[in-house]
Ligand binder design. Structure first.
Ligand code: FCB
Length: 458
């Protein structure tokens, strides 16, 4: 059976600066909180860091050639704030010029760029002392300045600018569970941080609109958790509702409705007094966007918290629980539930009525290279199956009425997978980390075929 995608469906691949660029001390780049964090012993698997990564800073032309050869028409990349503004405030022309060349390089190859401004690499200079980083309201203002600078220089050649990538990770993993930079572990900090990220989005959209041509869109990318209660028990259902407020509606409601849910504020009062929320803030956060970017890997199955067991990040009321053995998991331990993506897209459509694009979806594998044969082939059928099933889930959501306009696979090349280091390989293309050689996996050719047909076959 052939299942076509709508005409004009946006096909792409996604990546992020710190995961691929390397060259952390070149071109005038300043350190970011991820440089500091990844050099802190014990934070990253195998003691890995992004110093060299996959050397995209030097190999970007070849990498863009690979995208073009696969017929992938859109590339979601991120701009590193510490390259453009090494101290978070002062322009580094050399850093901005790198992205200028990168964008021109895409256009020269027929690739349309979608730029993310903040994929977690906050300039370290903005995170000094106990109340710095995203605990400081001022960081949102600095972000707006940065957004304006990038929008002014690159905006005429981008399909859209995305303010933030997955602020949930920045707030809850960065300040609650400590798995991400800056590595703090205090749930009460997550809420002012979330608010300042929301403000950064709102101020950033305003700044972008003042400089972008009308044809360039503005968006934000959220990892909305498809929350399901682990049982019908009232306590588990209440925990799931609470997790939805904390993980999802804390972004969706102010950004798309101009208000924080009363229930969210009530249910987190024991952690924070919300004094960081000032009059007029939610109106500032509530700026029109052209589409909502949705990153989906797996759903979140939620039960009520149990003393002594780990809780869902940022809250003491809920915990995540696994599925039974009937649901397969990836090498990350993430359950594979494609229907969760359909449910999520339909929920966002119904509750928020906003155009959607899937801005990340993909799977990690741990393949090793077999050099015995020539040419080197990598048979990652598990990735092809994952992508086929999730693209089918996107089609199901479209058939049921959701306005889904695009899909960006995560990711083109194996890269630095944050706290997991280099072991977990998400790429359509294998990277030999010693030689930096790139080898397309079977999934790369399969994905190219889907794009060429604008349809799922079989
Ligand atoms: C998302 C991140 C992305 C990548 C994937 C696997 O949370 O946005 O950078 O690491 O997960």
């Amino acid at each position: 059976m052939t299942r076509p995608f709508p005409e004009g469906f946006v096909w792409g691949v996604a990546a992020a600066a710190y995961q691929i660029e390397g060259a952390v001390a070149e071109g005038g780049r300043g350190p970011s909180i991820w440089d500091t964090f990844s050099h802190t012993p014990g934070k990253i698997a195998n003691g890995d860091n992004g110093d060299v990564a996959i050397d995209h800073y030097h190999r970007w032309e070849g990498d863009l050639d690979l995208i073009a050869e696969l017929g992938i028409a859109n590339y979601r990349f991120s701009v590193a704030w510490p390259r453009v503004m090494p101290d978070g405030r002062t322009l580094n022309p050399e850093g901005l010029a790198f992205y200028d060349r990168l964008v021109d390089g895409m256009l020269a190859r027929g690739i349309t760029p979608l730029a993310t401004l903040y994929h977690w690499d906050l300039p370290q200079a903005l995170d000094q002392g106990p109340n710095g980083g995203w605990l400081a309201r001022e960081t949102a203002e600095r972000f707006a300045d940065y957004a304006r600078v990038v929008g002014e220089r690159l905006g005429d050649r981008l399909s859209a600018v995305t303010t933030l990538n997955e602020p949930w990770c920045s707030a809850y993993l960065g300040y609650g569970s400590g798995e991400h930079a800056p590595g703090l572990t205090d749930n009460s900090l997550c809420y002012p941080v979330a608010h300042h990220l929301n403000l950064a989005h709102g101020l950033g959209v305003q700044a972008l609109r003042s400089v972008l041509p009308a044809t360039t869109g503005v968006s934000v990318t959220l990892n909305i958790h498809q929350v399901v209660a682990a049982s019908e028990e009232p306590a588990d259902r209440a925990a799931a509702r609470h997790a939805d407020l904390v993980a999802n509606r804390i972004w969706l409601d102010p950004m798309l409705r101009g208000v924080y849910p009363d229930e969210l504020i009530e249910q987190t009062r024991h952690l924070t007094d919300w004094s960081f929320l000032r009059d007029g803030d939610t109106q500032l956060i509530h700026q029109p966007i052209d589409f909502l970017g949705v990153n989906y890997y797996n759903p979140a199955r939620i039960a009520t918290a149990v003393p002594g067991r780990p809780t869902f990040p940022g809250t003491d009321r809920a915990r995540g629980v696994g599925y039974g053995p009937e649901v397969p998991v990836t090498v990350m331990g993430w359950p594979i539930v494609p229907s969760g993506l359909t449910d999520l897209l339909l929920r966002l459509h119904k509750d928020y009525g906003v155009p959607l694009q899937v801005t990340e979806n993909g799977i990690a594998t741990q393949e090793t290279l077999d050099r015995s044969g020539a040419p080197i082939e990598i048979h990652d059928t598990v990735r092809i199956d994952y992508l086929r099933d999730h693209l089918g889930a996107v089609l199901d959501a479209i058939a049921a009425g959701a306005d889904v306009r695009g899909y960006y696979e995560w990711t083109l090349l194996d890269n630095f997978e944050w706290a997991w280091g280099y072991d977990k390989r998400f790429g359509l293309i294998h990277v030999d980390l010693e030689s930096q050689e790139r080898y397309p996996k079977d999934s790369a050719h399969w994905y190219a075929g889907v794009i060429a047909a604008n349809a799922l076959e079989g």
